[in-house]
Design a protein around this ligand. Structure first.
Ligand SMILES: O=c1[nH]cnc2c1ncn2[C@@H]1O[C@H](CO)[C@@H](O)[C@H]1O
Ligand SMILES: [Zn+2]
Length: 348
């Protein structure tokens, strides 16, 4: 187990989180309040009782099982007010872990049951994050998600909506959902549109299916970052391509173990990837579904793989390099973080 001093240092180190789903980051306390406000029945009316409905247990066997948890939470996320509140609370939770910069992703089409437009959903998430930045000093960007089980028409609508907010809060578009059933080549037409509009792209790939999906995401969907990429290790040629192109991997250790992207920690390729010189970043994916937070992700890596403080700092700074920020903002985030790291007595 990580030493108390290591844990204390990990929580105080400035960090970033580039892969965090809004609907996987809802506090049970917030669900209780939203249910009352919105007049929606709950299976139980106390926090502990709600957790099993929102969080996967040790027995989670696959990505499909993991994804089933989202149906519960999204029911309460159908109003602008709820979206804004949850985005704001992400900033609050990030600040509690000294997370300086967070990219929050969400799928607009999952929040339209009560009539919101795609643009309205994005507007409210952007507003919540702006308010979070004002109150907690956490900078952020929004990543707008297309879903693998949705039609091209519905996903194209999402891309068009996201385009309205580029430079005004939205930093990229993504593709999420059931990777094994819907391979990336089904979405060439959708992401041709984001490329035409000049919106940066990250794609969930190499999580519930093989490395070839990473190849397709990079070469045909225009991805400049990859969500997870755990199974990239299965193909040397594709791994070399990702390395040469310096494509960052948004790895989410706890989630990757829960979804069985690899059979267990002994097969988790993070040490291998770092030694290869891949641009690995550490993220939470879904704090409320995975029962994790960003400090915990680093703690587990220190415990399981014996990462040293300089190695953990390297992983953190990889996240700054990989952020969807323009060069000036990236440099100022880098400087702010480096100063803070030095103040903690950690040499860079
Ligand atoms: O790790 C993941 N892999 C693939 N899809 C995911 C993952 N985590 C969440 N979602 C999906 O993204 C939607 C929008 O946030 C969630 O509702 C869930 O279906
Ligand atoms: Zn994800």
């Amino acid at each position: 187990m990580a030493h108390n001093r290591t844990l204390e240092l990990l929580s105080r180190l400035p960090k970033v989180d580039l892969h965090l789903h809004l609907d996987g980051s809802v506090k049970p306390e917030t669900i209780l309040e939203l249910a009352l406000q919105q007049g929606i029945d709950l299976p139980v009316y106390h926090k502990e009782g709600l957790i099993p409905h929102m969080r996967v247990g040790n027995e989670c066997g696959s990505l499909i099982e993991y994804l089933s948890k989202f149906h519960f939470t999204t029911k309460f996320m159908q109003s602008g007010e709820a979206l804004e509140r949850i985005a704001y609370e992400v900033a609050q939770q990030s600040a509690a872990h000294n997370c300086k910069y967070v990219e929050v992703r969400f799928a607009p089409q999952l929040h339209r049951n009560n009539g919101l437009t795609v643009e309205e959903t994005i507007h409210h998430v952007v507003e919540g994050m702006k308010r979070g930045q004002r109150d907690y000093g956490v900078k952020g960007g929004v990543i707008v998600i297309c879903m693998r089980n949705h039609s091209s028409k519905s996903n194209l609508e999402v891309i068009e909506g996201a385009a309205q907010f580029v430079g005004k809060g939205v930093v990229a578009v993504d593709l999420a959902g059931d990777e094994a059933t819907y391979p990336p080549e089904f979405f060439r037409e959708v992401f041709a549109e984001s490329t035409r509009l000049g919106i940066p792209v990250t794609i969930h790939a190499g999580e519930a299916a093989g490395a070839v999906n990473v190849y397709e995401a990079v070469t045909n969907l225009g991805a400049t970052r990859i969500g997870h990429g755990v199974r990239l290790k299965e193909n040397r040629t594709i791994l070399d391509m990702v390395k040469e192109r310096r494509i960052p991997l948004e790895m989410c250790p706890i989630s990757n173990i829960q979804t069985k992207a690899v059979p267990g920690w002994e097969a988790y390729p993070i040490r291998e990837y770092l030694d290869e010189g891949l641009l690995v970043t550490i993220n939470t994916d879904n704090p409320s579904v995975s029962g994790t937070d960003i400090t915990n992700e680093y703690r587990v890596l220190a415990d399981r793989f014996g990462f040293t403080t300089p190695e953990l700092v390297k992983l953190i700074m990889n996240g700054v390099d990989a952020a969807f920020l323009d060069a000036d903002d990236k440099l100022s985030l880098r400087r702010e973080m480096e100063d803070e790291i030095r103040c903690l007595g950690v040499s860079m």
